[in-house]
Write a protein that binds this ligand. Structure first.
Ligand SMILES: *Cc1c(COP(=O)(O)O)cnc(C)c1O
Length: 521
């Protein structure tokens, strides 16, 4: 078994004078070289500065009495203090550059440094969206080239490049569908969008936000959607289905072609949530499966970074039928160059704009660099390796952890539930938190909702066999400890993180976003 530090609450009898690190109250509150410090406003002194600026020459302000009366209240730190503060904060942040990041559905893959180097080239990084188009032909060519390969890989006729996230792409695709329905004069009747129970929350949210009524489609015993269940819900009031493939249980929707045919026969559209395209890229083309619109998360499938909720990029591929409704701006090749079509008089059926400009340039450069450096064979292998890695984890843990939809092969992510934890009295949350003490970021938990106490693991193709083996051995060790009833290792975990169990619900629902100066003691 792996060597791991003896846990303080594990009941090992202590020798006199022996203590574990956790029992020592340090003078500084620091733990080893992990520094405990306050907010920048609390550690700073207003009279200190990292820069030496001349007093401005006397001037007469033009604020008409609105000038600030009180000090501005910025924190004051010397340059080394400011640098240390931010470097320490960055060290508290777990990242894909630190270790395996097994969040299912999120596709936390390695961001190759080649992509970063290319995105930082001044010709791409220093241009401005309001620059005249004639000054940025290279940038337009790059967007055009990426658009070409996105259409090629998906087998679709058009692509809207401007959406800035997967959820934004969903909005874009569904707005194109809404415009197509309105153009047929069916806007008043087609009001229903079908969404399977396994869907990501953004799907029903998108449909509802656009004024549709969401009807759910149950998931059958094997975790996929039955074409007959979809068919029985279709009718002249149905606008579209939003289906994820592979779905959020990590399973390929086997009935997808039959579902698409039934949806089309009923005069509705097929929106595919393409967030999991990284499992099938280079293997199959959504256009061949009957998809009308699908977003691609460049920050998942094509390795561009996810950063604190952005900047992502969610281009939407569209079928020939939906292409006329695509948002402006889009690229058009005139003569020997590309230009952006920016006005509705050139695109009369377009539903309008979904974002101010053409999209996330830095993400486009990274995604194209990823594609070109892998090539067709490399992209296919990335999908295959992502699926292989997920199945390796599944096969290595299935004797200890339960799978909600039976023992079947998965795609790029593997789903366990909490049925196996029942007799232990521990929850999915307890198990996930204990992983942190072992140096692992937890997997996605409690999603998808169709699995009770879900644990969704997506290793991606980035991980080596050695890295997967350590991850698996750790989860096996934890699972066996849970089964042995060693609940102290779980309840109250994490023990070794800078912060212990937080009230995550309250943090999300009532975040304190404004710092107020504590009253002087
Ligand atoms: C990530 C994800 C989304 C949303 O994408 P964002 O880029 O985070 O907005 C939608 N559906 C599924 C299945 C996802 O995994």
């Amino acid at each position: 078994m792996l060597n791991r530090p003896e846990h303080p609450t594990q009941g090992r009898s202590m020798q006199a004078g022996e203590a574990t690190s956790l029992e020592i109250e340090t003078f500084t509150s620091n733990r080893g070289l992990a520094i405990e410090e306050g907010l920048i406003f609390e550690i700073g002194r207003p009279e200190v500065s990292g820069v030496d600026l001349d007093e401005p020459a006397p001037f007469k302000d033009r604020l008409g009495g609105f000038e600030r009366k009180d000090p501005i209240g910025l924190p004051g730190l010397s340059e080394p203090e400011a640098m240390r503060h931010y470097v320490r904060l960055s060290q508290k942040n777990y990242a894909i550059d630190t270790g395996i990041f097994p969040l299912g559905s999120c596709t936390m893959k390695h961001n190759p440094r080649l992509n970063e180097a290319l995105a930082r080239r001044p010709g791409f990084a220093d241009i401005h969206p309001l620059q005249p188009q004639s000054t940025v032909p290279g940038a337009l060519e790059l967007i055009g080239e990426l658009a070409h390969w996105l259409m090629e890989m998906t087998g679709m006729a058009a692509v809207a490049m401007s959406p800035k996230a997967g959820a934004h792409g969903e909005a874009c695709g569904m707005m194109a569908i809404k415009a197509a329905i309105a153009a047929k004069g069916e806007g008043a009747t087609r009001k229903i969008v079908l969404v399977p129970d396994s869907a990501h929350g953004t799907n029903p949210a998108t449909a509802t936000r656009l004024g549709f009524e969401v009807r759910s489609v149950p998931v059958r015993g094997d975790g996929t959607v039955d074409a007959a269940e979809v068919e029985s819900r279709l009718g002249p009031e149905v606008a579209a289905i939003m289906l994820t493939n592979p779905n959020t249980c990590g399973l390929f929707e086997r009935d997808i072609v039959a579902i698409a045919a039934a949806v089309h026969a009923a005069g509705a559209y097929f929106y595919c949530d393409g967030a999991n395209f990284n499992a099938i890229a280079g293997k199959t083309r959504p256009g061949d499966l009957g998809v009308d619109a699908m977003h691609i998360n460049l920050h998942k499938t094509f390795s561009t970074p996810h950063g604190g909720g952005g900047p992502g990029a969610g281009p939407v591929v569209l079928s020939a039928l939906l292409a006329p409704f695509a948002p402006i701006p889009f690229l058009r090749r005139d003569g020997d160059g590309l230009r952006l079509v920016e006005h509705l008089d050139e695109a009369p059926d377009s539903f309008g704009r979904i974002s101010a400009f053409h999209g996330q340039m830095g993400m486009f450069v990274r995604a194209l660099a990823y594609m070109l450096s892998h090539g067709a064979d490399g992209l296919r292998q990335a999908s295959e390796d992502a699926v292989l890695n997920a199945n390796y984890i599944r096969a290595s843990l299935k004797d200890l952890m339960s799978q909600p939809f039976g023992d079947q092969r998965c795609m790029h992510e593997v789903l366990f539930d909490d049925a196996w934890l029942k007799p232990t009295g521990l929850s999915t949350l307890d198990f996930a938190k204990a992983m942190i003490d072992e140096g692992f970021h937890p997997m996605t938990i409690y999603f998808p909702l169709v699995a009770h106490g879900a644990m969704l693991i997506e290793p991606t193709e980035s991980e080596s066999k050695a890295s997967l083996d350590l991850f698996i051995a750790t989860l096996r060790d934890l699972a066996m400890a849970a089964r042995r009833g060693e609940t102290e290792r779980f309840i109250g975990a994490p023990f070794y993180a800078p912060r212990r169990r937080l009230d995550e619900t309250r943090a999300a629902r009532s975040p304190i976003l404004k710092w107020t100066k504590p009253a002087p003691r």
